[in-house]
Ligand binder design. Structure first.
Ligand code: GLU
Length: 502
């Protein structure tokens, strides 16, 4: 295989969708697997769609995901500049070259005129296609005599440069994922290559740059497949060898019905962007929702690529080792937000209590609680298995940090009995005497007391949990009281009994 050079070529038109992150990831994995180079090229030739902040967002997203750019606008490289607007002066000569060869032409039709033609066709139930069938009837350097179109150019009339799509020709090409494809040019139009604003369109800039940057494989989303016949023709016109192409399957909505769109996340309650998007209409991000980047990447890697084994958990290095484009499927992959959580759960379980405690300490600090790491480690140990995110630990343990302010009324109605106050006060006096407040010391004392008196364990434990926690939830009650300590335990019993016996 020739030297592998791949590129991720997003347009900075807004936040990067997770489908885009997956494209970047597959390019990256393929590059690293084959000792190649991963290039980030910013395709910003469409100035009208440019969005401030998007370029930085793209770079920060890749960085968060651990996708390391070898050549790009920040990293530099021998094939720069890597932002198309900084390469503006490069493209014109290539458009001119195609005109000289007779494969492109100047077109002077005004946008208004084209719009009218489009509408007329629509009325007649047809689609207007600017191609060999109508070319001669429109205003361009194919239909006009040379002195006429030259005069227009000299007078400075606005024009675009269009590709002269061959008439009724079968274009044949191969895609690594989709195999052999044949498209007849009859369905294709004379695409604009160069716009009246002096900028190339995506098609021209993309082909010129892939060639100049010596791209060996183009790995991109399926939505670009319809552009491929034109791209193949452009390579032919320039006399360049095309790279190899791989068009990745779509990411589908959780119900499998249609493409996962930028709007779906907010509608369905899960993020569709790697990071929070802070501009204009804001959007949630995986990072801010508490996902670990390695879990996010692991989940994305398996949306379209299949390792061929039962293995589901892959570190980035393992992904690099196992990845191959041959194992990327043709059909769309359904995005499953529950599976995304499952991955995070797995990654969280694989961390040590100390690692999680450090993260949770940050979370608590932001809420004004300062707790030492040893105590947090034991807390994490109690609830770790039940949580998928560090932020979930708070929901499971808030009562460790603050006494209940309200008591679950359902529980009070069902579980708080006539003699609950008296029993809890007896229990209180036993706990007050305890010198060792660890669960292993207090639990047997209470058990023996219950047994000796023939009390109902359930009744006592429910009432006890109610005054300590405020509800019937949480880890083992003796672990809870050991963690909050004797003073706090006795205080909560007193408050609870006082309020509930009223
Ligand atoms: N700029 C295109 C995009 O936004 C790149 C498509 C390609 O990779 O050729 O996805």
């Amino acid at each position: 295989m020739k030297q592998v050079r791949v590129r991720f070529a997003p347009s900075p038109t807004g936040p990067l969708h997770i489908g885009g992150v997956r494209t970047a990831l597959y390019n990256y994995l393929f590059a690293k697997k084959n000792s190649g180079t991963f290039i980030l090229r910013i395709e910003d030739t469409d100035q009208a769609r440019f969005v401030e902040g998007a370029e930085e967002y793209i770079m920060e997203s890749l960085e968060w995901c651990g996708i390391i750019v070898d050549e790009g606008i920040r990293e530099g490289g021998n094939y720069g500049p890597y932002r198309q607007s900084d390469r503006k002066t490069i493209y014109r000569q290539y458009a001119d070259n195609l005109i000289d060869k007779g494969d492109a032409y100047y077109a002077f039709d005004t946008p208004e005129k084209l719009e009218t033609l489009r509408r007329e066709s629509e009325k007649a139930g047809k689609t207007f296609i600017y191609n060999a069938e109508v070319r001669e009837k429109l205003i361009n350097s194919v239909s006009l005599k040379e002195p006429e179109w030259r005069e227009k150019l000299d007078k400075g009339e606005p024009y675009v440069i269009r590709y002269k799509m061959p008439y009724n020709e079968d274009i044949r090409f191969d895609d690594i994922i989709r195999g052999h494809i044949v498209v007849n040019t009859g369905t294709l139009d004379d695409k604009v290559l160069f716009k009246s604003d002096g900028m190339p369109t995506y098609h021209l800039a993309n082909i010129v740059d892939d060639h100049l940057m010596k791209i060996s494989h183009v790995i991109r989303g399926e939505e670009w497949l319809p552009s491929l016949p034109l791209h193949i023709l452009l390579y032919r016109s320039f006399g360049w060898d095309p790279p190899l192409f791989a068009h990745l399957p779509l990411l589908l909505k959780p119900d499998g019905k249609g493409k996962l769109s930028k709007r779906d996340g907010d509608k369905m309650g899960f993020p569709v962007f790697p990071l929070f998007w802070p501009y204009g209409e804001t959007s949630k991000g995986y990072r801010e929702d508490g996902y670990y980047p390695d879990s996010f990447i692991n989940m994305l890697a398996l949306l379209g690529w299949n390792p061929g084994t039962e293995q589901e958990l892959f570190s980035m290095d393992e992904l690099i080792n196992s990845f191959s484009i041959d194992r990327v499927g043709k059909s769309g992959s359904r995005f499953d937000p529950e599976k995304a959580k499952w991955f995070n759960h797995q990654y969280l379980q694989s961390k040590t209590n100390t690692q999680i405690a450090i993260e949770f300490r940050e979370f608590l600090r932001a809420r004004g609680y300062h707790v030492d790491i040893i105590r947090l480690e034991s807390l994490v140990g109690m609830v770790k298995e039940r949580v998928s995110f560090v932020k979930d630990i708070w929901e499971q343990t808030d009562f460790f940090f603050k006494a209940p302010e309200i008591y679950d009324q359902e529980v009070v109605k069902k579980r708080w009995k006539e003699d609950s106050s008296r029993l809890l006060m007896e229990l209180r006096s036993l706990l007050e005497k305890a010198t060792d407040f660890s669960a292993s010391a207090t639990e047997p004392v209470i058990k023996v007391w219950i047994e000796k008196n023939g009390y109902n364990t359930g009744e006592i434990m429910n009432a006890f949990r109610l005054v300590i926690v405020g509800a019937l939830r949480g880890p083992h009650i003796f672990d809870i009281i050991s963690w909050i300590g004797k003073d706090e335990t006795l205080k909560r019993i007193d408050t609870g009994v006082a309020l509930l016996s009223k």
